[in-house]
Design a protein around this ligand. Structure first.
Ligand SMILES: *[C@@H]1O[C@H](CO)[C@@H](O)[C@H](O)[C@H]1NC(C)=O
Ligand SMILES: *[C@@H]1O[C@H](CO)[C@@H](O)[C@H](O)[C@H]1NC(C)=O
Ligand SMILES: *[C@@H]1O[C@H](CO)[C@@H](O)[C@H](O)[C@H]1NC(C)=O
Length: 190
């Protein structure tokens, strides 16, 4: 009898301790292994495409959403804010296969020379990257031959992405402002 009683008491004590410690360690964060979320080996991917910024056309893909009264007189269009949903294609031709879209904002953020603040997502719609996105946040001095913008993140196949995008103007119509820009994007992801 005494033996059974002691055993029961022991079990109850252990249970109480267990409950107490689990309450104590209840937390909003936990440590995970990369494998548990299926992140195996980091990869380096190179993407190459052409970006079409169509400002003046029957169906523009970039529109002005804001400007300041001084934007017109500024040589760098300082204060101009454009919203874009620009197609990304395989080759420079406008009818070329669409791989995705560049959706976001470019805004003139430099008082002296043309320097856009770029805040956008590449939303891919083709092949294995269909549904995955990359996020870009950077400076684009559009009149320099090569610009570089950081890749700050991504979704889908591009989770944990980081890298950089290099931009080179392929063609620019000075009358309309319509431009085709070649992009090489180098991205680390899982
Ligand atoms: C996570 O790991 C760190 C470093 O090893 C450790 O200090 C921390 O206590 C762990 N956190 C949890 C919730 O296990
Ligand atoms: C700026 O330019 C736009 C379009 O060219 C025009 O509609 C607007 O009146 C101009 N604003 C000023 C302050 O000159
Ligand atoms: C991309 O994904 C969407 C949504 O799942 C689907 O409707 C579409 O057909 C896919 N496109 C291609 C080219 O696979």
């Amino acid at each position: 009898m005494v033996k059974i009683h002691l055993t029961t008491q022991f079990i109850i004590t252990i249970l109480l301790l267990h409950i107490l410690t689990s309450i104590q360690s209840k937390s909003f964060s936990r440590n995970l292994s990369r494998k548990s979320l299926d992140f195996k080996k980091e990869k380096l991917t190179h993407l190459h495409f052409y970006f079409h910024d169509i400002v003046i056309a029957r169906h523009p893909t970039a529109i002005k959403v804001a400007s300041s009264p001084t934007t017109n007189t500024s040589s760098s269009f300082f204060g101009l804010v454009m919203m874009m949903d620009d197609p990304l294609t395989l080759t420079p031709e406008p009818g070329s296969k669409v791989l995705g879209r560049a959706q976001g904002i470019y805004a003139s953020a430099d008082l002296k020379e043309l320097g856009f603040l770029m805040v956008l997502n590449y939303c891919f719609t083709e092949g294995k990257y269909n549904g995955s996105t990359l996020s870009i946040l950077g400076r684009n001095a559009a009149f320099t031959s090569m610009r570089e913008m950081p890749v700050v993140g991504g979704s889908g196949l591009f989770r944990f992405a980081r890298g950089y995008a290099q931009a080179k103007t392929h063609s620019l119509d000075y009358k309309t402002g319509n431009a085709v820009v070649e992009y090489d994007v180098f991205v680390l992801h899982y």
